[in-house]
Every structure is written in structure tokens, then in C-alpha cells.
Design a protein around this ligand. Structure first.
Ligand SMILES: Nc1ncnc2c1ncn2[C@@H]1O[C@H](COP(=O)(O)OP(=O)(O)OP(=O)(O)O)[C@@H](O)[C@H]1O
Ligand SMILES: [Mg+2]
Length: 246
């Protein structure tokens, strides 16, 4: 870590309204401490992707603010914002791979931007492909891959440069149970190394684990604790506490 901050993501009274009047997020507050792994769940349209997009700064809030590792995203721009973004690895719901580039070239991107050595990039890429059961795809164009393979390449790219924060949007949506476990094992190893993770998922096999911290969104809001939640909140915000299972 580059700072001593204990809080990696501080979201305060965040709202996002899309034209004409779609309330994707409404007054959401949430704290994610450094080193935590939090699962963000909720029905389709609940606002999970919107929240992740606001945290990595590719969308701007209508109201409220987001701080990442002490940086208020509304107050930084240019090279400072870029430097912060390099510390965030994002696995997008729709992958956003470069289709005409190979698997290795796609995974290398975040490491090249950070001036990692060729040796580091090659080793890290091969290691990640081995962990995700994609060893034989190193030199294949991503347009030739299955959806589940593309999804794993997007995950490898997100974690490759050892980011401080990983945002993963439905990272197991196209995967069978065994491959899902490979991905979750990789995320757990990142977490053991100190990386903070926020994972949006519908997949109960992913988040219904002992000790999982789950934030549940519904209609753009963090839901209050219901009967089906345990009463052990963690990492929650200042006032609008709710929706965390532990
Ligand atoms: N660019 C946009 N313009 C207009 N409406 C949008 C836009 N992006 C998202 N929305 C709307 O905001 C709401 C939240 O969408 P979001 O993609 O965050 O949901 P989600 O929880 O990620 O859903 P899913 O589980 O299907 O991925 C939805 O009603 C969606 O239609
Ligand atoms: Mg989504």
C-alpha cells in the first residue's frame, strides 16, 4: 500500500440518476476497509454495476461523493486520477477486451502502463493463465474465445498488476462450478496479499460462504437488514446501515 489509510472506499450519500429519471442509486453510503472482500448482490437492475462504475470514476455521481484511499474522486483529475485508476483493477461485466489482440496482449495492458519489465509481464501472464486453466490460450486472439474464457481473461487483466483495489462485476456469470472455484481461489489469494475486493454477483455459491460480507442492493438502495440477514454488520456506513451479512 502506498498510504496508511484504513478505509479503501468511502461512499457517502451517493445518488445516480440517468436521463430521463432513472434512479440507479439513491442515497447509498458504504465503507469498505482496506483488506476486506465484500460481495455486492441484488436483483438485476439493483444498481450494482452503477456503483462499481462510480467507484472507479468512469461515471460521475448526481449527488454525494466517493473517496478511494483518501482521494475524493470529484476533486482529482488528470495525472492524479490516472495514477489512482492504475491502482484499481476492474473486471467489467461485459469484459471490454480488445478482440483483435491476443490473450497475453490483453492481460499485459495494465502492467505495460505501469512500466513493468517484459520478464515480469510474461511470468505474471503465464502464472495467471495457469491459475485460471487457460495455459493454452496465451497467443490466441480473444475474439476466438468462448464467453467463459473471455471472462477469465478479463479477470486476469484486472488482477495482473497487483492492484490495491479490485472491482469485479459478475466475474463468474459465464462459468461452471469448478471454474468459478478457480476464480474465487484467485480472488482469495489476492485478498490474502492485502488487496481489497468488491465483487458484484448473483451467484449464491460465491457469496453464501461462512464469513462472507454481503451488501445487498435493491432499487438503487442498500437494503435494511431483513429476517434473512445475520445480525453481524460489518464495514457499514455512518447512518444508512443495512444489507450486510457476515
Ligand atoms: N447509461 C444508462 N442510462 C440509463 N439507464 C441506465 C444506464 N446504466 C444503468 N441504467 C439503469 O440503472 C439501473 C441500474 O443498472 P445497473 O446496471 O447498475 O444494475 P445491475 O444491478 O448491475 O444489474 P444486473 O444484475 O442486470 O447487471 C437499471 O434500471 C438500468 O436500466
Ligand atoms: Mg450489472
Amino acid at each position: 500500500m502506498t498510504t496508511d489509510s484504513k478505509v479503501m472506499v468511502d461512499i457517502t450519500r451517493l445518488s445516480k440518476t440517468y436521463h430521463p429519471n432513472i434512479e440507479a442509486l439513491v442515497d447509498v453510503s458504504l465503507l469498505v476497509n482496506t483488506g476486506e472482500m465484500i460481495f455486492l448482490t441484488g436483483r438485476s437492475g439493483a444498481g450494482k454495476t452503477t456503483l462499481l462504475r462510480l467507484i472507479c470514476g468512469i461515471e460521475h455521481p448526481t449527488k454525494g461523493y466517493v473517496e478511494v484511499d483518501g482521494n475524493d474522486l470529484s476533486k482529482i483529475s488528470g495525472s492524479r486520477l490516472q495514477a489512482l485508476r492504475r491502482r484499481i483493477g476492474v473486471a467489467y461485466q461485459n469484459f471490454k477486451l480488445l478482440p483483435e489482440r491476443t490473450v497475453a496482449q490483453n492481460i499485459a495492458i495494465s502492467m505495460e502502463v505501469a512500466y513493468r519489465s517484459k520478464l515480469f509481464i510474461r511470468k505474471q501472464t503465464k502464472d495467471l493463465l495457469a491459475q485460471l486453466n487457460l495455459e493454452d490460450k496465451y497467443a490466441i486472439r480473444t475474439s476466438k474465445l468462448s464467453r467463459g474464457e473471455q471472462q477469465r481473461v478479463a479477470i486476469a487483466r484486472a488482477v495482473a498488476n497487483k492492484p490495491d483495489l479490485i472491482l469485479a462485476d459478475e466475474p463468474t456469470g459465464n462459468l461452471d462450478a469448478e471454474t468459478t472455484r478457480l476464480v474465487m481461489d484467485l480472488f482469495h489469494r489476492c485478498n490474502l496479499d492485502g488487496t481489497t475486493l468488491l465483487i458484484a454477483t448473483h451467484d449464491k455459491s460465491v457469496y453464501e460462504q461462512p464469513d462472507s460480507k454481503v451488501v445487498r442492493l435493491g432499487g438503487g438502495r442498500i437494503l435494511e437488514h431483513g429476517d434473512d440477514f445475520s445480525d453481524a454488520p460489518a464495514s457499514m456506513d455512518h447512518e444508512a446501515i443495512g444489507g450486510v451479512e457476515a
